[in-house]
Design a protein around this ligand. Structure first.
Ligand code: CLF
Ligand code: SF4
Length: 524
């Protein structure tokens, strides 16, 4: 609580100092980020989700340092959970089917158990006792939290009383946001996500068939105009209160993909801290309008190209897992099945703030080891000059280490490496190769397709058969850094690669760049 009061005081001072103008406050927040707010991530001094302790003003760092969505570094170490207390929604998105979770913050096609605020509070305590590195509670659906304000805020009230060390987080479509700013601030909700897919009502009319606002249903362009006005107004109001905002945007090729560069500029100028551009997930079996009309989602390369184009404008989140409205655990893992309502109600909960604190101190110690290892290896690159950039894939199950077997990986983290260091740029979901004792050839094909723009794949262990197939596909399997820290290993590998190129032992073959250039969304 002390921490939150300090931060809000600081941001409150900023508000007073610049006479309350949201754009001036936004500029001040960017300035306090050591001036790197517009530089994007270079790998050496990136801001936003990729930023480290030295890159942000201390007050901002305190807010984001253990939030797995707002800090890329934190997502290796800290967990979040969602409670599905908000079933209703006040708008219709063409990528959503009401039978399933909210697609803004969840994977469509997975039905949540809906909870009462009291059940939710019990669940939070149960998870917090079992997973002491769970630091953030988010409400993200399955509908819109602010279309269910009583349930949402009752849940926050109960948790603020019983588990005050847990950060509160909210994700909304923004339509009702301006009506709830005071309540959000009063509950010390430090982090708010708004899903903004457009700032042009003509684009919006292709995404939103209707909204329900002030007891009236609006359709088409009128609906989209009200929605965008309310979203941007809500963002400005949050900025004026010093509440950190993340903007989620769903990238829909042919509809809003190029337009998202304009959205990016608009939200940055209004003080958004982070922009998370996510791929449309669309399948006929989800029963959504886009699923049924064949609207495709972007490729991984198209998504990266757009994120890269926008990273010159502001801080981009690239580690989002589009999690369920009842997700539990580290991003990328799903422990929700351990905490069903039946199991929670039968659980003896022993919420002990001191035990959690001690555990998190140990997590911090390990995290600092990782940061120091990266810094040491980075110094090895000092003075080197080369235009070579490459992507590598990494199999990890957390802790910032290469600690997953190739066959057990359900996703690979992607790092871009150059003489500037190693920068996390995304993740790719894959089918499991290992199917209980034997390798699945079809799955291997999907893995290769998913990472075919990578030069190498770093794993804790890999069998001879997939090793050979990967090599034939031009992807080097690397198991020499098993159980080592990711960034340090990637940098060491890259340095060695450069030395071999310079000595003539190997010839560098660019990979993936052409595909990335084809999908270029160049920020003018
Ligand atoms: Fe949840 Fe969202 Fe808060 Fe995170 S998720 S409400 S900000 S605590 Fe995170 Fe999940 Fe992506 Fe959301 S990875 S879908 S960005
Ligand atoms: Fe669905 Fe969420 Fe859109 Fe509402 S805001 S229609 S729940 S995706």
């Amino acid at each position: 609580m002390q921490e939150r009061i300090g931060i809000n005081d600081k941001l409150g001072q900023i508000s007073v100092a610049v006479a309350g103008s949201a754009s001036e406050i936004a500029a001040k927040i960017a300035e306090d980020h050591n001036g790197c707010g517009t530089s994007g991530g270079s790998g050496k001094s990136s801001c936003g989700s990729g930023a480290g302790a030295g890159d942000l003003a201390p007050e901002i760092w305190e807010k984001v340092k253990n939030h797995p969505c707002y800090s890329e570094e934190a997502h290796h170490h800290y967990a979040r959970m969602h409670v599905a207390v908000a079933p209703a929604c006040n708008i219709q998105c063409n990528y959503c089917n009401r039978k399933y979770d909210c697609a803004n913050e969840s994977r469509p096609g997975v039905v949540s158990e809906k909870l009462t605020p009291e059940q939710a509070a019990k669940k939070v305590l149960a998870v917090a006792s079992t997973i002491p590195q769970m630091t953030v509670l988010g409400i993200a659906g399955p509908g819109d939290p602010l279309a269910n304000p009583e349930k949402t805020f009752k849940t926050f009230e109960l948790i603020a009383k019983t588990a005050p060390d847990i950060k509160l987080c909210l994700s909304t479509n923004g339509l009702a946001l301006p009506d709830h700013i005071d309540t959000i601030a009063n509950f010390n909700v430090d982090h708010v996500t708004i899903t903004i897919n457009m700032i042009d009502a003509d684009v919006g009319a292709e995404i939103y068939p209707w909204i329900y606002y002030n007891n009236k249903r609006y359709k088409g362009r009128d609906a989209a105009q009200i929605l965008t006005d309310r979203q941007l107004q809500g963002l400005e109001m949050l900025t004026a209160r010093g509440i950190l905002t993340k903007i989620n945007s769903v990238m829909i090729p042919g509809i809003n993909d190029k337009h998202l560069v304009d959205v990016n500029r608009a939200v940055k100028s209004r003080g958004a801290f982070l922009h998370n551009i996510m791929p449309l997930i669309s399948s006929p079996e989800h029963g959504t309008v886009f699923g049924l009309n064949g609207q495709r989602g972007p490729t991984a390369q198209e998504l990266k190209a757009l994120q890269d184009a926008c990273s010159g404008e502001m801080n981009m989140m690239r580690h989002c897992r589009q999690c369920r409205a009842d997700a539990v655990g580290l991003l990328g893992e799903d422990r929700s099945a351990e905490f069903t309502t039946d199991k929670i109600m039968a659980m003896e909960v022993n919420y002990d703030g001191d035990t959690r604190k001690a555990y998190q101190a140990e997590v911090e110690r390990k995290r600092q080891e990782q940061v120091a290892a990266k810094r040491d290896e980075l110094s090895e690159l000092a003075g080197l000059h080369s235009d070579i950039k490459m992507l590598v894939a990494v199999a990890t199950k957390g802790g910032g280490k290469i600690n997953e077997h190739f066959g057990h990986a359900s996703e690979f983290q992607i790092y871009e490496t150059s003489v500037d260091g190693a920068k996390f740029v995304g993740h790719r979901r894959v089918d499991l190769y290992c199917q209980g004792g034997y390798g699945e050839e079809d799955a291997l094909d999907t893995v290769i397709r998913a990472i075919n723009d990578c030069h190498a794949v770093f794993v804790a262990k890999i069998g001879g058969c997939p090793k050979d197939t990967l090599k034939q596909a031009g992807i080097e399997p690397v198991d020499a850094y098993a159980q080592e820290f990711i960034e340090r290993s990637v940098i060491a590998y890259f340095k060695n690669y450069l030395e071999q190129v310079e000595s003539g032992a190997i010839v560098h073959q660019p990979k993936g760049d052409a595909a990335i250039r084809q999908g270029a969304y160049v920020a003018a």
